[in-house]
Design a protein around this ligand. Structure first.
Ligand code: NAD
Ligand code: TYD
Length: 349
């Protein structure tokens, strides 16, 4: 049994679905079902006895203690987090609660459980983090590697950095067998349409404007979510304890390029009824405060040590993603009803 947290969110649910195809080991999936968590993501494994869903919070010490005692997991994979930078700017409190305090409670529960294990090498704690903890790069700076100092700039990245430091400290202080991954921007199926790629696909199809912050020349490295999941499985299997592994797609792209690529793929797969191009919907809007200019990942360590490389190129992954959104309009309809609709209608009317 492995304990996955946040397994109803974007990356976590992709991980759960892939895991159940690749492995026999069952999963207990702990998720608080915030606005970003969605049981529809897990519909295909609803009746699979190898998937046990628990609705709860990683900050709930009593629940965690019960789960560890009951399920005796061989590993924890911690995805649970508040994950959207813009939301962290408007309201950082939940980020502190979940990303810092929640991770702390999870570490404490894991430590208590692991301390009582007879064979201590039978357990590991994998903490899923982000490249955003490294801060921002100039155009000619080398990519982030595992030695790059932490310089988080948003409340989101600062909260993730704090959690990464706690994970590191639990290894050095208590010997808890941990490993941390720092990944670049993910995209793919089941992505909540508040982040750039799913938001642009959704807005394009709805005839809404496609908001690009500032000059649109900020750069991110993009990784197809299934490649992130395979990297996590590989690190879980063979990563060295106490180490960190950067995960990236070798796909640095400016936001404007990302959006025009999405528009071109949509023009091809689902042309606008009026014959115009989706790129006509692009609108440059006020920049995000403190907007990091460039992220880039040097993923050579995971490749050299663990033999992992991404399988999708940016172009192949984007095409699959657009196709997935076109084929799954009921999923989109479901996640964009209710509070999302009020929120988005205010912003992108
Ligand atoms: P997401 O926002 O889609 O999902 C987060 C999930 O965690 C949701 O299901 C939510 O209900 C759950 N959750 C939130 N607070 C919780 C709590 N207190 N207790 C239990 N569950 C809780 O996020 P995501 O994009 O899937 O990201 C997953 C992880 O990967 C995060 O830790 C994030 O920092 C990290 N990460 C994300 C990206 C990316 O591009 N999305 C890149 C690198 C790292
Ligand atoms: P996002 O998907 O929010 O991920 P992150 O902030 O974690 O990198 O944003 C990706 C990039 O796209 C980032 O530079 C901000 C920019 N962006 C826009 O230009 N417009 C948007 O509406 C959103 C959501 C993001």
């Amino acid at each position: 049994m492995i304990l996955v947290t946040g397994g109803a969110g974007f990356i976590g649910s992709n991980f759960v679905l892939d895991w159940l195809v690749q492995h026999d080991e069952p999963i207990v999936n702990l998720d608080a079902l915030t606005y970003a968590g969605n049981l529809n993501n897990l519909r295909s494994v609803e009746k699979d006895p190898r998937h046990i869903f628990v609705h709860g919070n990683i900050g709930d010490a009593a629940l965690l203690s019960d789960l560890f005692t009951r399920y005796k997991p061989s590993a924890v994979v911690n995805f649970a987090a508040e994950s959207h930078v813009d939301r962290s700017i408007h309201g950082p409190e939940d980020f502190i609660q979940t990303n810092i305090l929640g991770t702390f409670r999870l570490l404490e529960a894991a430590r208590a459980y692991w301390t009582g294990l007879e064979t201590k090498s039978d357990f590991r704690f994998l903490h899923v983090s982000t490249d955003e903890v490294f801060g921002t790069l100039d155009a000619d700076d080398p990519a982030f590697n595992e030695e790059t100092s932490y310089r988080p700039n948003s409340p989101y990245s600062a909260s993730k950095a704090a959690s990464d430091h706690l994970v590191r400290a639990y290894f050095h202080t208590y010997g808890l067998p941990v490993v941390t991954t720092n990944c670049s921007n993910n995209y793919g199926p089941l992505h909540f349409p508040e982040k750039l790629i799913p938001l642009v696909i959704h807005n394009a199809l709805q005839g809404r404007s496609l908001p690009i912050y500032g000059d649109g020349l900020q750069i991110r490295d993009w990784l197809y979510v299934k490649d992130h999941c395979s990297a996590i499985r590989r690190v879980l299997e063979a990563g060295r304890l106490g180490e960190t592994y950067n995960i990236g797609g070798w796909n640095e792209r400016a936001n404007l390029h990302v959006v025009t690529t999405l528009c071109a793929v949509l023009d091809e797969l689902q042309p606008r009824a009026d014959g115009k191009k989706y790129s006509e919907q692009i609108a440059l809007v006020t920049d995000r405060p403190g907007h990091d200019r460039r992220y880039a990942i040097d993923a050579r360590k995971i490749e050299a040590e663990l033999g992992w490389r991404p399988t999708e190129t940016f172009e192949s992954g984007i095409r699959k993603t657009v196709q997935w959104y076109l084929d799954n309009s009921d999923w989109v309809e479901n996640v964009t009803s209710g509070s999302y609709r009020n929120w988005v209608e205010k912003q992108y009317a």
